[in-house]
Ligand binder design. Structure first.
Ligand code: LIP
Length: 284
């Protein structure tokens, strides 16, 4: 039985008509199976000499292990749920007819993976009619599996997640990240420099999926990053939201509409107001 097998009937909000809480539970179990299986592919590849190439810029890396992990994910989805759509970072896009779309990042934090920094993850999310309802993020190094289904809370293993501590902005440890484009990084760095004296500290972990799971598990008090792709944040955003965090795109926009920002309920309003004043969503 995936998770604790219960989904709170009165809060599960599956997309209209296309799903039941049982469907959502099954998608959640499959998301965990996919994330754990692809993490094993990544683990086996980690000790190989990596053929690495670059994508959008010289710093945007991809390895043969990224591609092997995504091939494994797409093949499993095609075998088990052939009518579902898939969107993967390394080009594994497939149309579908079921209303379910999988958003997969085969290695979120590829630069960390190449350098041997143990902060990267396989990220898997399932949407029904455009709404993410199931998520799993697995760190191949630690074996940690963060998971959530809409309306049933967020979990790390068997531990229920309740988001970050209640601290004021000046005591908050905030995660962030920077794009691969040099000019964008310059603008993002200026925002970070103005934010730093107003909070306790910043962390640049290098994986949006793990950053959002860190907020969900209280390892970070808040997080923001502009310019992410759907596959980077889709799973982590649901896990953070189901852990009780506020996840937004600032200025009333949806998460991922330019920026993803997340924080605990006690901090969220002050944090989001500050990000808006600093123009954190105006760096793209
Ligand atoms: C990474 C993101 C991270 C961001 C990096 C990179 P990738 O994704 O998870 O938050 O700061 O620049 O985009 O490219 O390793 O899958």
């Amino acid at each position: 039985m995936w998770c604790d097998g219960r989904v709170n009937e009165d809060v599960a909000r599956p997309a209209a008509g296309a799903s039941t809480t049982a469907d959502v539970g099954r998608l959640g179990g499959f998301a965990v199976e996919l994330a754990e299986g692809a993490a094993e592919v990544v683990r086996r590849g980690a000790d190989r000499a990596l053929a690495t190439t670059s994508k959008s810029t010289s710093t945007d890396l991809v390895t043969e292990v990224d591609r092997a992990s995504e091939r494994w994910l797409v093949d499993r989805i095609r075998e088990r749920r052939p009518d579902d759509a898939v969107l993967g970072e390394e080009g594994g896009e497939r149309p579908g007819s079921s209303g379910v779309r999988w958003l997969v990042d085969p290695i979120d934090g590829t630069v960390n993976f190449v350098l041997g920094i143990p902060a990267y993850a396989v990220s898997v999310a399932a949407e029904i009619d455009g709404e993410v309802v199931a998520a799993a993020v697995c760190n191949p190094v630690t074996g940690e599996v963060f998971r959530a289904t809409r309306g049933s809370g967020a979990w790390l293993g068997e531990q229920r997640l309740h988001g970050p501590r209640a601290v004021p902005l000046e005591r908050a440890v905030v995660g962030t990240g920077f794009g691969y484009d040099r000019e964008r990084r310059d603008r993002q760095g200026r925002v970070a420099a103005r934010l730093l004296p107003l909070v306790a500290d910043l962390r640049r972990i290098g994986s949006a999926a793990l950053d959002l799971c860190a907020v969900a598990s209280g390892r970070l008090d808040a997080y923001f990053e502009a310019g992410l792709n759907e596959w980077d944040y889709a799973a982590g955003a649901l896990i953070a939201a189901e852990a009780g965090c506020v996840v937004t795109g600032l200025r009333g926009r949806r998460p991922g509409d330019g920026i993803v920002a997340a924080g605990g309920p006690a901090l969220a309003r002050d944090f989001f107001d500050l990000l808006e004043r600093l123009g954190a969503d105006e760096v793209l």
